[in-house]
Structure formats: C-alpha cells, structure tokens
Ligand binder design. Structure first.
Ligand SMILES: Cc1ncc(COP(=O)(O)O)c(C=O)c1O
Length: 411
C-alpha cells in the first residue's frame, strides 16, 4: 500500500488546479502563436491574452492595462520597489516597509540603501500586526513609497490594508500631495482568500502570484494604478512598456483561470478550510505540551497555522513528518551551513527557542478532515520521540543567530 500523502505547504506552492491545466494545454501545443504577430495564430494568442487579462482586471476592479505580467512575485515586488524608487528619486529618497516583508521586498530595499535611499522598517506588535503609530510618525515629505504586505508568508497575519491606505491618504491631504507616497502591498499569499478590489483597498500597486493559488509557476503580476510613475526593470521590444519580452501565453491563461476559479469559490472554501485549520490548531495546542501559536489569533488567513513547539528542532520535525508523508514548512531553516532563522517570527518577538521549534501548516483545496486527523494522530508521537532523543542545546547557535538578526535589522 502506498504511503498517505498529506500536503500542507500551500504557502510554498499549490498544486496546479485541473481546470487550469485544461485551459493551458492548447496553448502549450497547437496554439503556440506569438501575440505580437499579425497573422491569425498571433492574433488568436493576442485575443486569448487580452481575455485572460480582462478576467484578472475584473477581479481587481482595474483596467487591463493596469496589470503587468511578470515572471514571479519576486519580480513584481522588485518592479514595485525599484521601479518607483528610480522613477521618483527627484521627489524623495525614503521608503517605508515593514520588518516582515518577503525577501523580494527586503533585498530590493537593501540594494536601494546602497544607492543612498533611506529604508525605514516598521516594527510589528507581538500579534503580528504592523505598528501603525510608527507609520504615522515616519511619513514625511521625503517618503515616496510605503510597502506593507497584505499577509506575511509565515503566520498569515492579515494587515489592515484599508486602514493603512487611509493613513497615507490623510497624510497626502495634509501635505496637499495628490500622488506621493505611493502604497504597494504584496498579496501573493492572500490572493486566494481575501478581497482584491484595488479601489476598496486603496492601493496603488499590488503583487499577485499564480502558483500560490493553483496556477502555474513562472507567472505573476503587478497592479500599477494609472498615472503611477514606474521605471521598468526589463527593456526591449516594448510588448508592455513596463516589461518587455514575449508574453508567457500559457502562463497568463493559467494564472487567469486559477484566479477566476479560486475567487468564485472563495466564501465557501474559506469557511471549509478554516474549520480544518481550527481543528488542527486546537488539536495540537491541546495534545502537545509547551506549544504556542504564532501570528494573530483572529486576523489571519484561514489556511495558515504557525505553531512553536519547544524543545524540538523544526527541521527534525519536518523530516520526520515527511517520512510519514506529511509535508509542512518551518520557520527555522537552521543548519550548520546555513543559519537562517525566521526574521518574521523574530520581528514578532518570538525567542530563539520558539523560532527554532516553529512549524508552518498551510492548507489548500485538496485537504480534508482525514488529513487533519492523520497529522493529529502522528505529530504528538513525533514530538515525544524527538524530545526524548534530542536534548537540544541551542546556546551555541543562539549567539550566531542574534548577530544575524542584528545585521538584518540594521539595514
Ligand atoms: C508574500 C510573498 N511574496 C513574494 C513571494 C515570492 O514568490 P516567488 O518565489 O514565486 O517569486 C512569496 C513566496 O513565498 C511570498 O510569500
């Protein structure tokens, strides 16, 4: 009998939805035209891309030309950060982000810092919410961009995007600036679960990713509100003035279908997944001693569960669970070669020991209550075993880790 497979790492990537594959297949086979070509196969590819873009734009409440396809969410984040910085450097040099942004934002900001930009990282509270009082204090005439993730990628804590956009709007009114600072949010993790109406959210730029919502890898996008000045990262034939290069036609078709499908079933699916997640959460916290929940207890994506289990190593847990066919993520990718503990959990005030034993479950469309029961049956056993065999001494690595976090925060 083959081993039971329980995939609980949808925050890393989600399986391709069968409907998505179905609509993509013709464009991987016979309908291979280049949308820039004027003969029929090109025109047909062009129409398909336009239709797919139209569906995405409808969900976002924006115009087709306000959505730019990119090769990844990382690229979309880079375009938002570097693009606005380079196009608007005459107006200011300050960018405000949060300390729990994805590396696609953090690394782009690090690059800008070397070019003389000032990067301000807002702290987050213990519950994972960005400290908006600090945002209010930091907004000033030099600020060209605020970028706050819609939800972080480890705890799934939902940030109050509308409230943040209102704070920025209030600042603009006070300073009589109709444009700057722009507001970007990364909705890569949130797209399958939250409302994406850009007008209601009040955002100027928004990152989306296909492979987190049942679409293919290698395609993502950035909403860019009309009138926003942005410098491209990629120059060329001008297929799109913000991103040259032949369009990834099957990818775009698949992305659009994935977003359409997940958006249609959102309400029902959110409540089904939340029920599974809550059962998993209660079960773990009740059956395993010395466990705590990371992130916001309520304002959290319905599919996310991040728990710290003291006195065990995240990696050891991950590998043991993998042997049982359970696939999860961990916030502490620590090993002797690569000491990279979670800066996100650290920003939320979690101790080294808590981060070291953190484990991230992210559920998806194919998960069932049987999957949850399977984890609840096995995890306590795994933890017990690990606690017996490894009396881990973290003190050696703690110092290295503290230095690393200091370095990250110094940025
Ligand atoms: C919030 C967020 N932004 C951006 C990304 C980057 O996505 P990709 O690796 O597909 O570029 C991720 C991926 O985990 C993410 O969680």
């Amino acid at each position: 009998m083959s081993k039971r497979q329980v995939y609980l790492d949808h925050a890393a990537t989600a399986p391709l939805h069968p409907e998505v594959l179905k609509v993509m297949l013709p464009f991987l086979k016979d309908e291979f035209g280049n949308p820039s070509n004027l003969y029929e196969s090109g025109r047909s590819a062009n129409r398909a891309v336009a239709e797919a873009t139209n569906k995405i734009a409808k969900i976002l409440g924006c115009k087709n030309e306000e959505f730019i396809f990119t090769g990844s969410a990382t690229e979309a984040d880079n375009l938002a950060i570097l693009g606005t910085a380079h196009a608007n450097k005459g107006k200011g040099n300050k960018i405000i982000i949060s300390s729990i942004e994805h590396k696609g934002i953090l690394a782009a900001c690090e690059a800008l810092e070397k070019q003389g930009f000032e990067i301000v990282k807002l702290p987050v509270l213990k519950n994972g919410l960005v400290d908006l009082e600090v945002l209010k204090k930091e907004l000033d005439g030099r600020t060209i961009l605020v970028s706050i993730t819609m939800t972080d990628s480890e705890t799934g804590t939902i940030q109050p995007i509308k409230e943040i956009s209102e704070i920025i709007r209030g600042f603009k009114l006070k300073t009589q600036s109709s444009r700057i600072p722009y507001f970007h949010t990364d909705a890569s993790q949130a797209a399958g679960y939250l409302n994406l109406d850009v007008k209601k959210l009040g955002v100027d730029l928004m990152t989306l990713s296909a492979h987190k919502i049942g679409g293919p890898k290698g395609i993502a996008g950035l909403f860019v509100k009309k009138g926003i000045s942005l410098e491209p990262l990629i120059y060329g034939g001008g297929q799109n003035k913000l991103r040259s290069g032949t369009e990834n036609v099957p990818g775009i078709i698949g992305f659009s279908k994935a977003l359409e499908t997940i958006s249609k079933n959102k309400t029902k699916e959110n409540s089904r997944i939340k029920k599974l997640r809550d059962t998993l959460e209660k079960g773990i916290l009740k059956s395993i001693p010395k466990t705590i929940l990371n992130g916001h207890p309520i304002s959290r994506l319905p599919n996310f569960l991040n728990i710290s289990i003291l006195d065990v190593e995240g990696e050891a847990m991950l590998l043991y669970l993998d042997k049982l066919g359970i696939m999860v993520g961990t916030g502490s990718a620590c090993n002797s070669q690569n000491l990279e503990p979670s800066y996100i959990l650290s920003a939320m005030g979690r101790s080294y020991e808590h981060i070291h034993g953190s484990i991230r479950f992210s559920l998806g469309k194919n998960n069932t209550m049987r999957d949850v029961q399977y984890v609840l049956k096995n995890l306590p056993r795994v933890v017990k075993k690990l606690r017996q065999i490894s009396s881990i001494d973290l003190s050696l690595n703690r110092k290295k880790w503290q230095n690393k976090i200091k370095k990250i925060n110094r940025m």
